[in-house]
Design a protein around this ligand. Structure first.
Ligand code: MSP
Length: 637
């Protein structure tokens, strides 16, 4: 007996969140559909998902709640698993980066890279985006903000270990030439090449001393492993790599497909393959970077108020309405818009009008004309043959589209067959045949052709809308069907159920549109009017004082900045970095009595500590430093 071919597919591991939205469901539902499809096609599939639990963000959130990071995360993970269950996501393993096996595996990986000289100690200064847990160089920032999420970044300097990405660039580029299929779609390959490979890879900072909630570096307790090295390793630690039992690793690695969102494509197609290369392991066969699901063209997020728990949609419209929308609507690889109304329109036009109606009409006619019993069509007419051939040609076409990861087109191919069956009903007019005793044998054959056509389409549909397909099989009176029975005529006689349940009740789009509009209006009216006002209490928290500038010099690395020592009275001398080098020279500045915000949280600006802020007045491009004739330490109110 020949061994089954394996198929290893992964989603990214998710940051623990109570605010999972439809966008988060996108990658996982697609991965689930692909995994199911391959399983149905006889592959030995391993489908991995999980959670990415280390890092500064979780540490901070747990602290704010007064619990340990693990205690904080546990219920969130249960919640995520519950969401996947309600979406019929049938993963083979859910890995958590806090799993002991994973932690040990990452420590061994780090140690190996260090022992072989690919990780070395240095010190790191970079712009760090806390939400994204990414370091950026100055030139990568967009308007001084994180290029991925657009949020504030903080200049950070600390001892750290570095991974020699640059050393592997030639070997990696050679590999890419031989395996261009690694990065898909092609447009994203170009982006990676132009933005990262062409300018030359820089060594990567792979440890942090300021992040405590992370995997400890075994040979240096002051450091934890950089979250992305930790997270990416999940794809092999989940298979038992570096553990006593690595049989799953032996069986499934390299992955056939890492499915990821476009914003994390870089980590998966440059850092991860080079890590594997350094470890002497095979690289994944394919990384596919998909686009985002957007709302009104923008990001989905709780802060924007366009976030809704996907379970609410499932409650209102059922799992398969949401699954079908996620799978069919967005041209794969591009961004696509989500709205409740769009989803309902899709449900009505495809699931209700085409699929649901077809099943319902056919089962009802089988009951009405033959007490639910319909025998095999052994005398297919030319029309029947044409319809059967169209049905049977579907599999090859679908296979090709699945190979190209083009699920929306796959679904179109299947729905074209369902539409053909609906048209066949109109062409054969069973209700007219039923009027004539002599036409009853033909009526049987017509109904069989439709019933068996529905069965064949259901085999193809199962991976995408599994619970609906289960209901269809029940209505057809069969326990199920499989690709082994893809041919027409595999069922000798149908005995359909007596009272078919409506698969997708029609939803009134006009009514829904009005309801949604009213909700939006109410939300707008209820939203507090935002102004820039702050309360007196908040204002009185700010301490303004007069300071005397004692020393001042230009910042070594930034033309616009002055680094000054300012006396705030009572021996309180502060170093303050300010963007006034274009306004005043250091020599002119010394001796001035200026106004300073004394209790501003200290920050490091371009590597220099700054402990306060100097007030200026500004009009167009004219800036003046506000001064006072009173001595240092005088209060300003
Ligand atoms: N923890 C990292 C992944 C580490 S993998 C080694 C992470 N997590 S995430 O929770 O932020 O994102 C998980 C997945 O959800 C990503 O593939 C991301 O692209 C996807 N999506 C989040 N919002 C999305 C949309 N609005 N639309 C489509 N997918 C989006 O990144």
């Amino acid at each position: 007996m020949s061994e089954k071919k394996t198929y290893y597919i992964t989603t990214p591991i998710y940051y623990p969140s109570d605010n999972f939205h439809v966008g988060h469901c996108y990658t996982t539902v697609i991965a689930d559909a692909l995994a199911r499809y391959k399983k149905l096609k006889g592959y030995d599939v391993f489908f991995l998902t999980g959670s990415d639990e280390h890092g500064q963000k979780i540490e901070g959130r747990a602290k704010a709640k007064g619990c340990t990071p693990k205690e904080f995360v546990d219920p969130i993970i249960d919640n995520a698993k519950d969401l996947w269950k309600s979406l019929d996501v049938n993963y083979d393993k859910f890995i958590r980066t806090t799993d002991e096996e994973h932690v040990k595996c990452v420590q061994k990986i780090f140690q190996q890279l260090y022992d072989q000289g690919d990780i070395y100690k240095g010190s790191y200064e970079g712009w760090y985006c806390t939400p994204c847990e990414s370091f950026w160089t100055e030139s990568q920032l967009v308007d001084g903000k994180c290029p991925d999420c657009g949020r504030e970044v903080v200049l950070t300097k600390e001892d750290a270990y570095f991974f020699k990405l640059s050393k592997y660039q030639p070997q990696f580029e050679k590999y890419l030439k031989e395996h261009p299929e690694l990065m898909q779609p092609e447009s994203r390959y170009n982006e990676m090449y132009n933005n990262f490979l062409k300018p030359g890879l820089k060594d990567l900072c792979v440890s942090r001393s300021s992040v405590k909630w992370g995997i400890p570096v075994t040979f240096d307790e002051s450091q934890t492993v950089y979250v992305w090295v930790d997270a990416l390793s999940n794809y092999i630690s989940a298979l038992g790599y570096n553990s006593e039992d690595d049989s799953l690793y032996q069986k499934y690695w390299p992955a056939d497909l890492h499915l990821v969102g476009k914003e994390i494509f870089r980590f998966h197609t440059i850092i991860w393959p080079i890590m594997l290369m350094a470890l002497g392991l095979p690289l994944p066969k394919k990384v596919y970077g998909h686009g985002w699901l957007t709302i009104g063209g923008g990001k989905i997020s709780k802060s924007k108020g366009n976030y809704k728990d996907p379970r609410e949609f499932i409650k209102d419209y059922g799992t398969d309405t949401l699954r079908y929308f996620l799978l069919s609507e967005v041209p794969f690889g591009s961004d696509g818009n989500f709205s409740e109304l769009l989803m309902v329109e899709r449900r009505n036009s495809d699931l209700c009008n085409v699929l649901g109606n077809l099943v319902n009409r056919t089962v009802s006619m089988a009951n009405k004309y033959f007490d639910g019993r319909v025998k095999k069509n052994t005398n297919p007419t030319e029309l029947d043959k044409e319809v059967i051939a169209f049905l049977e040609s579907m599999d090859k076409e679908v296979d090709e589209k699945i190979e190209a990861l083009d699920i929306p087109t796959t679904l179109k191919l299947i729905f074209a067959r369902l539409e053909r069956l609906n048209k066949y009903i109109d062409e054969t007019a069973p209700w007219a045949l039923a009027k004539n005793e002599a036409d009853l044998p033909r009526l049987n054959d017509v109904l069989y052709t439709i019933l068996d056509g529905i069965r064949i389409c259901s085999i193809e549909l199962e991976a995408f809308i599994p619970s609906t397909v289960k209901k269809i099989y029940e209505q057809l009176g069969i326990s199920g069907s499989s690709f082994d029975e893809f041919e027409f005529g595999k069922v000798n006689e149908y005995k359909v159920i007596e009272k078919p349940e409506i698969l997708f009740a029609r939803i009134d789009e006009k009514e829904l549109a009005e309801k949604l509009e009213a909700l939006e209006k109410a939300a707008q009216e209820a939203a507090p009017v935002t102004t820039n006002e702050i309360s007196f209490d908040d204002f009185s928290k700010i301490e303004f004082v007069v300071g005397e500038v004692k020393e001042s010099k230009k910042h070594e690395k930034a033309d616009k900045l002055l680094v000054s020592k300012v006396d705030l009275g009572g021996g309180d001398i502060r170093q303050i970095v300010s963007g006034i080098a274009n306004v005043i020279t250091p020599e002119e500045f010394v001796g001035k009595h200026i106004i300073v915000v004394k209790n501003l949280k200290p920050a490091v600006i371009r590597g220099e500590k700054s402990e306060g802020m100097i007030l200026c007045s500004e009009n167009k491009d004219k800036v003046e430093i506000i001064t006072s004739s009173l001595p240092a330490g005088s209060k300003v109110r």
